[in-house]
Design a protein around this ligand. Structure first.
Ligand code: CDV
Length: 311
């Protein structure tokens, strides 16, 4: 039996700093309705999809910082999205800034949730690879303060058996790290969902600015191919408060081929029909980890020792 699911990537154009949660949620609902009309089982929204990408600004007032975070999911602003999704029987993956109480401490994460067709939160991921800096760098055209505003994610890279497949999540910078996909690959992932906010000019590595599109697709295509999984990578794109963000939202097949890609820098839905049995084929044909992966022969210990104590 062929296992087919239809997935949507719901790219967002810029979100203004002054735009209300309610207005953003209306945009998400519009995209969700389009996804339903195109028979999607599941739709993926970007990283921090409910507000502007606020780590762009140095802020000291904790109340102001916390105004960008969600304390519950769904909360009053996001409930209409959940309700519309339940009405239409469509699942979704949503990135947002999460304020959590853990061990009597307040923690802040860059998170994503996976919601099934009945509106139940079935999975949560908290971003592990936080890029940027924690100090104020006024000489830069904008800040990238993820290291100041977020704690490192503490949930690992998991997979969930839901909506007909084995689903996994990561967020933005995580997509550049092979470990992200490999850990989920070892857990049998078939669809990796991720959102990103990637400036076209990265102030601390300008020599790569012209390669931004290439690196975006390179890492997702490699991750998909080397772990026999689909990857759905979805941007917040366009000129957001003077910062140009990459588009190029993409659905990648287990072969590493791009099978859908956005063509604008605005709100735009891409869809693809995924044959999840293709993952099983690749997992058996070449990337059969149990049969062929030989971690004990990789020289890992020796390499680490050399890196710590060079000649
Ligand atoms: N939001 C991100 O994680 N952005 C990074 C940029 C800053 C390099 C990214 O990897 O796309």
């Amino acid at each position: 039996m062929t296992r087919l699911i239809t997935v949507g990537g719901a790219q967002l154009g810029p979100i203004a700093r002054a735009e209300s949660r309610q207005a953003v949620v209306r945009r998400l609902i519009d995209l969700l309705i389009q996804a339903h009309e195109r028979r999607c089982d599941l739709v993926v929204f970007p990283e921090i999809a409910l507000t502007t990408f606020f780590p762009r600004w140095w802020m000291e007032d904790q109340d102001e910082i916390d105004s960008f975070f969600e304390r519950e999911m769904p909360g009053s602003a996001t409930r209409p999205l959940f309700e519309e999704a339940i009405r239409r029987g469509i699942g979704f993956c949503l990135g947002f800034a999460e304020l959590a109480r853990e061990d009597e401490a307040t923690r802040r994460y860059n998170s994503a949730i996976l919601v099934d067709k009945a509106g139940k939160v079935v999975g949560k991921y908290r971003k592990v690879h936080l890029p940027g800096h924690a100090d104020h760098r006024p000489e830069m055209p904008f800040q990238h303060l993820e290291k100041r505003y977020f704690d490192v994610g503490n949930l690992g890279f998991n997979t969930w058996r839901t909506m007909g497949g084995v689903m996994g999540m990561c967020i933005c910078n995580d997509r550049r790290w092979p470990e992200t996909y490999r850990v989920m690959g070892l857990k049998g992932v078939e669809v990796v969902m991720l959102g990103y906010n990637t400036p076209t000019h990265v102030p601390w590595m300008p020599i790569y600015d012209h390669l931004n599109d290439f690196h975006n697709h390179l890492c997702m295509q490699a991750g998909a191919y080397q772990n026999a999984t689909y990857v759905v990578g979805v941007a917040k794109a366009g000129n957001e408060e003077g910062c140009m963000l990459l588009g190029g939202s993409t659905i990648v097949a287990p072969s590493g081929e791009i099978i859908a890609m956005t063509t604008t820098l605005g709100d735009e839905l891409i869809t693809a029909r995924l044959d999840l049995d293709l993952c099983a084929f690749s997992k058996n044909a070449i990337f059969n980890f149990a049969q062929h992966r030989r971690i004990e022969h990789y020289g890992l210990i020796a390499t680490q020792t050399a890196a710590i104590a060079p000649d």
